[in-house]
Design a protein around this ligand. Sequence first.
Ligand code: PGA
Length: 245
Amino acid sequence: MKNIIIANWKLNPATLKEAKQLFDAVKKDIKKNKNVQVVICPPFVYVPCSMFHVSWLALGAQNVSSEEKGAFTGEVSVDQLKDLGVEYVIVGHSERRKYFGETNEIINKKLQRVLAVALHPIFCIGENTGEDKQEVLKQQLTEGLKNISENDVKNVVIAYEPVWAIGTGNSCSVDQLMASVVLIKNIISKLYTQEIADQVAILYGGSVTSKNSGDYLFGAGINGLLVGGASLKAEEFINIITSAN
Ligand code: PGA
């Protein structure tokens, strides 16, 4: 399996011109590093831009509606994303949980919608400071994956993102990450089977930089990284991709 490096641009950049500049600065290196699957998740409004619709890149969305269609002002559906060539959808990011009130139940609905149209959900889970990691991960996984079949769960990409590590510079240690991966696999093996737990891709996110990316990928045995802040700095992002190749 290729390492997956996901750029989560969040609510950036402010203009299409800047988005193009950022993409132009990294595209040569994305193309060059053939052993890595790079996924760029720009804000919705930039998704249709032709620059992203190239064979050597996968396009991702940062969110999706839990509803299929109809009177839901401001929402974007899975069918609309699929029609625009989106392949991956971030679901349940901690910022969605914190600022937009997304519950495990809503996240479960979104995961089911994304899987129903054969896109890959990037299912974010992670504990906050002071929370019982084991309990939080168990609840997020159990409720988030409710009614998702063995067949479908193989298409879910899990992104372990401890909330205390996101955008703070307090990255998780390799040992902490390894322990969390064991915990996640153990929970999934109880919900499904050990075989499935071994097949599901697990990524790490939270203050990833070019200085720690290699250690995570090769020291903790994960399948990729979800990169926020560092994906907005061309040189940093290129170095992260290169470390994963
Ligand atoms: P960060 O964000 O890399 O800026 O910590 C990661 C994320 O929110 O996915």
